[in-house]
Design a protein. Structure first.
Length: 74
């Protein structure tokens, strides 16, 4: 049973694409808070968050592909 994503058991759930996009937006907002912080740890966090956002973008592409395939399945 899913707790977050939409399913027959959870009709009020969210689409995977919505969750991933929301996460990516949250990370972007967090990055904005440390963008001008030049301490090494802040740079590490910023670099990691940028990489995570890129990976979330790849996940979004896969989720959209899956949604299209599910639509074709009916």
């Amino acid at each position: 049973m899913t707790k977050i994503l939409v399913s027959p058991d959870n009709p009020e759930g969210l689409k995977l694409e919505t969750v991933l996009d929301s996460l990516r937006g949250d990370l972007l907002r967090r990055c904005a808070h440390i963008l001008d912080d030049h301490r090494p740890d802040a740079a590490t966090v910023l670099r990691n968050n940028i990489e995570i956002m890129a990976l979330l973008g790849q996940c979004l592409d896969k989720a959209h592909d899956s949604a299209k395939a599910l639509t074709r399945l009916g």
